[in-house]
Design a protein around this ligand. Structure first.
Ligand SMILES: Cc1cc2nc3c(=O)[nH]c(=O)nc-3n(C[C@H](O)[C@H](O)[C@H](O)COP(=O)(O)OP(=O)(O)OC[C@H]3O[C@@H](n4cnc5c(N)ncnc54)[C@H](O)[C@@H]3O)c2cc1C
Length: 265
């Protein structure tokens, strides 16, 4: 690990000021991705600015028709939150299925979303539940947030403060779980909002994406048969040691259908 300066921010404004004052800073949330990255010398920030002591960045609440998850809320807290479990059970299930207990007690919603790992679970919830990502500078719609492999719409020095998930009529999340890490080899969230349907996929491509063809078919008829024959092109999907792009394309179809089966019961 290379040397760096470490400081704790007392507030979001303090973190923003520290980011501005540093040469090549990085925010530190739970460190679940950042610390291994530093240990492997894949990043060499001049400063780590720790968000851990900012109480205003923690908590889950229901505000009107939204579940608000503050950026530094750990996955275990979301999984156990009565508010999340009542308003959007699929969100609590998704958070409770991340990694292992150690990861769930350190990893945060903001860190996961900022990192935009192609196999992370949260991006499927952000897109599927039509969320708004709030930062210290602006509000970013889910559809504009994920840009590519580990790439988001965040500007350098921009801090995620919260994510607002719209409460659906019903939603379901399923993933083909990597047996070692728990990451999504493929994960699919299907959510219904009145006559509108959102189908969001993680794990399959460079970043999370929606499957508009499935959404349109489900809006016509919300039944497993509507998606059963919609094949996702393998082109552009990820192929690696875990499985091929063709297999991931197949899994998107299987998991979308299973989500609809669960919701149509
Ligand atoms: C063994 C293991 C298994 C895992 N399994 C899964 C899994 O099954 N599913 C899954 O979804 N994830 C999984 N993860 C990832 C984990 O859930 C964390 O959410 C993820 O690693 C991010 O970690 P963190 O929140 O501690 O953020 P950090 O590692 O501290 O930060 C990650 C990045 O986000 C930036 N950042 C952090 N907070 C903010 C903010 N508020 N605003 C702007 N930028 C910010 C940091 O600067 C850094 O670049 C796993 C991780 C490990 C180590």
């Amino acid at each position: 690990m290379h040397n760096f300066n470490y400081s704790r921010a007392a507030s979001v404004a303090d973190a923003a000021a520290k980011l501005k004052a540093s040469e090549d800073p990085k925010l530190l949330a739970g460190g679940m991705t950042l610390l291994p990255t530093l240990k492997n010398r894949l990043a060499q920030p001049s400063d780590l600015i720790d968000l851990a002591k900012i109480d205003a960045l923690r908590g889950v609440s229901v505000e009107g028709k939204e579940v608000v998850v503050k950026a530094m809320t750990q996955h275990a807290v979301v999984a156990a939150s009565d508010d999340a479990r009542k308003a959007i059970p699929a969100l609590a299930v998704l958070a409770g299925g991340i990694g292992d207990p150690a990861v769930r007690h350190r990893g945060t919603a903001g860190g996961s979303i900022a990192n935009s790992d192609p196999a992370a679970d949260y991006p499927a919830a952000v897109l599927g539940l039509d969320a708004v990502v709030e930062t210290n500078e602006r509000k970013i719609a889910a559809d504009d947030f994920f840009r590519g492999l580990f790439e988001t719409a965040l500007n350098p020095g921009e801090i995620i403060t919260a994510v607002r998930f719209k409460v659906p009529d019903a939603a379901h999340y399923l993933k083909f779980r990597h047996p070692a890490s728990g990451y999504a080899v493929v994960g699919v969230m299907v959510a219904r909002y009145g006559s509108k349907v959102r189908v969001a996929v993680t794990g399959a491509g460079p970043c999370a994406f929606r499957v508009k063809e499935m959404e349109a078919a489900l809006e016509k008829s919300f039944a497993p048969a509507s998606v059963a024959n919609i094949k996702i092109p393998a082109e552009g999907l990820l192929g690696d040691i875990h499985c091929s792009a063709e297999y991931r394309a197949h899994l998107v179809n299987v998991y979308a259908r299973r989500c609809v089966e669960a919701l149509a019961k």
